[in-house]
Design a protein around this ligand. Structure first.
Ligand code: HEC
Ligand code: HEC
Length: 220
């Protein structure tokens, strides 16, 4: 009886060991496969970046044509949101339609969008370009303090004290002045749909926008 028990016991133990090993090996194999898939998605994203995106946004997402926003060091969540918005035709200013709708729906899917966002977020940021010191000082003041009398919030409260952004709030530091100005006007005129920003852009005068964009372009 007792030897029988031992046999059953060791048999059960063996089964348990084989089962545990297969789970462990299966888990490792699955992990290796998942890692390989991630690596190949990252590779694919880099390939598309170099062969498609760099043509306009520049190598590593930095360029000197203000028509094309710098993408380097941008917040990954913001990049993902924008690429989905182009794909779903929700970001619909004319330049977005002409330049980004086709690329976003032809070359990208959700998996590649995530990898692409990760890739550009990791690239070294564009260097700031110094501007007229008077405008920089005015922009700096408005960016950090807003204007409570008019109900204008400090930009820094969402975009961060150094304008490096956070999550869905984009990095603005070192971005092209003309691009920033254009976006502020598009948002104010409700041509670009950016719900949280409308209440802010509505309150900005043209000269305040120039000061803010000059200040932001000067930052690293
Ligand atoms: C033919 C030129 C062109 C190509 C190629 C292109 N883009 Fe763009 N992209 C633009 C333009 C122009 C804008 C700005 C649209 C606007 O003014 O609103 C833009 C905007 C963006 C934005 C929004 C940036 C921001 O700060 O809001 C992202 C993100 C973006 N592009 C990613 C990509 C990616 C990723 C690729 C490659 C798959 C790519 N673009 C390829 C021209 C291009
Ligand atoms: C309450 C939060 C909030 C405040 C305050 C705020 N922003 Fe924004 N801003 C956002 C969000 C969110 C977006 C992204 C909108 C989207 O996803 O399209 C944005 C987008 C922008 C963009 C477009 C960037 C790009 O790459 O296309 C500019 C420019 C901008 N903000 C400037 C400012 C300035 C200047 C101020 C201060 C006067 C300011 N923002 C205050 C939340 C805020």
């Amino acid at each position: 009886m007792s030897s029988n028990n031992t046999t059953i016991g060791s048999g059960t133990l063996k089964t348990a060991i084989v089962w545990a090993m297969s789970v462990a090996l299966g888990g490792a194999a699955a992990q290796a496969l998942a890692q390989k898939a991630n690596e190949s998605t990252a590779g694919e994203a880099q390939h598309i970046a170099a062969t498609v995106c760099f043509a306009c946004h520049g190598p590593g997402g930095v360029n000197d044509n203000p028509m094309f926003p710098n993408l380097a060091a941008q917040q990954p969540a913001y990049l993902e949101n924008q690429l989905h918005a182009f794909r779903e035709h929700k970001r619909a200013e004319p330049t977005a339609q002409h330049f980004m709708w086709g690329v976003a729906s032809r070359d990208l899917d959700a998996r590649l969008i995530a990898a692409m966002a990760h890739y550009f977020a990791e690239q070294p940021a564009a260097k700031g370009i110094p501007g007229d010191p008077k405008l920089v000082a005015e922009g700096n003041e408005l960016f950090h303090k807003g204007d409570p009398k008019r109900g204008l919030p400090a930009c820094a409260s969402c975009h961060g004290p150094d304008a490096h952004g956070a999550g869905p709030f984009p990095r603005l530091a070192g971005q092209h002045k003309e691009y920033l100005l254009k976006q502020l006007h598009l948002i104010k005129d409700a041509i670009r749909n950016a719900p949280v920003m409308h209440g802010v852009a509505d309150k900005l005068t043209d000269s305040e926008m120039v000061a803010l964009a000059t200040y932001l372009q000067s930052l690293n």
